[in-house]
Design a binder for this molecule. Structure first.
Ligand SMILES: Nc1nc2c(ncn2[C@@H]2O[C@H](COP(=O)(O)OP(=O)(O)OP(=O)(O)O)[C@@H](O)[C@H]2O)c(=O)[nH]1
Ligand SMILES: [Mg+2]
Length: 310
């Protein structure tokens, strides 16, 4: 290799060529609530995918892009694979998981270090034989007695012929560099597919709707979040300000009342938290107006689900 000096003379630089660049797609799969979206956000270093304590928070395939000096990894976050409750929406979510597994260079199966369940075994059965899979055993911060991790990892090894098993804490960032190093080994040689700085394939409209849905999942009880979807009526960029009008659709009048809260206080709190997330990610001020409408049976037919982007 030669390079110019400030004096203009060319000198030989003795070091070897830089490592070749790697780039590829990696699907993040697992049963509901194991921490898939938390992990993707931590790997990308930005909040792209919404998270909550409630299972089935994620309803879409969402790409998060991590661009480094030697590799670009394009993560595909997926809905939790649901084995317990059959519904049209759940069937769609499961289809999204299967589709995400079809065309990737590698897979990260996320598991919960505190328990391996039948639902984990069901997801493991979906894993393709031809694509390498890494097991990320998450939430190790919840395992006080670290000696309990060894038998757990032995259980995990029974699920599939993994390329690697890495205990991590996505929430704390523990062992994520080790996980990233294992993931990078799975990527094919390729120039980056996305420009540096691009974080996701989703647009701000989609992310705005998701942030509202996250606050509903976090602030409300067990019923309403699952009866809810969010549509963006208008999204206008006005200089540095974004003016966003959103509608939250619920299935029943009673759910509308719960969502609004007395005098609309609950909806106000939801909108204000969602707006803060939007301002952080979009890097500018947001004016957000949210309406709540009853749309009976929005999740009951394939046609209606498709209209809401599922
Ligand atoms: N203690 C602990 N909690 C975690 C960790 N990772 C995720 N969580 C929590 O686990 C819950 C579920 O996280 P999500 O990232 O939404 O899980 P998910 O697998 O994407 O869930 P679905 O999209 O619903 O399938 C949230 O309350 C997270 O804060 C971790 O490493 N440690
Ligand atoms: Mg998720």
């Amino acid at each position: 290799m030669s390079c110019s000096t400030t004096s203009g003379r060319r000198v030989r630089v003795p070091d070897s060529a830089p490592p070749p660049y790697r780039c590829g797609y990696v699907a993040i799969v697992g049963r509901p609530s194991v921490g898939k979206s938390t992990l993707m956000n931590a790997l990308v270093g930005s909040k792209i995918s919404i998270t909550s304590k409630k299972p089935q928070t994620t309803r879409h395939r969402i790409v998060g892009i991590d661009t480094g000096a030697t590799a670009q990894c394009i993560y595909v976050d997926t809905p939790g694979f649901q084995t317990r409750h059959r519904s049209r929406l759940n069937d769609r979510l499961n289809q999204a998981v299967r589709a995400a597994l079809a065309d990737v260079d590698g897979v990260v199966l996320v598991l919960d270090a505190t328990r391996i369940t039948e639902a984990d075994r069901a997801v493991a059965r979906l894993l393709p034989e031809t694509v390498p899979v890494i097991a990320a055993v998450n939430k190790i911060d919840l395992v006080a007695d670290k000696s309990a991790l060894l038998p757990r990892i032995a259980d995990v090894a029974q699920l599939h012929a993994f390329a690697a098993i890495v205990p991590i804490s996505a929430a704390r960032g523990t062992q994520l560099p080790e996980l990233k190093a294992e993931i990078a080994k799975l990527l094919p040689l390729s120039p980056p597919l996305y420009p540096d700085g691009e974080l996701t394939d989703r647009d701000e409209r989609f992310l705005a709707a998701e942030f509202i849905r996250e606050k509903i999942f976090r602030q409300l009880g067990d019923e309403v979040p699952y009866a809810t979807t969010v549509g963006i009526e208008s999204f206008v960029v006005d200089g540095a300000l974004r003016r966003i009008h959103a509608t939250v659709y619920v299935d029943k009048t009673s759910q509308r009342a719960i969502l609004l809260g007395e005098g609309g206080v609950r909806m106000k709190a939801i909108a204000s938290e969602a707006r803060a997330d939007m301002e952080r990610l979009f890097g500018g001020r947001v004016f957000l107006e949210v309406w709540v409408r009853v749309k009976r049976g929005w999740a009951a037919t394939d046609a209606s689900l498709a209209r809401f982007g599922y």
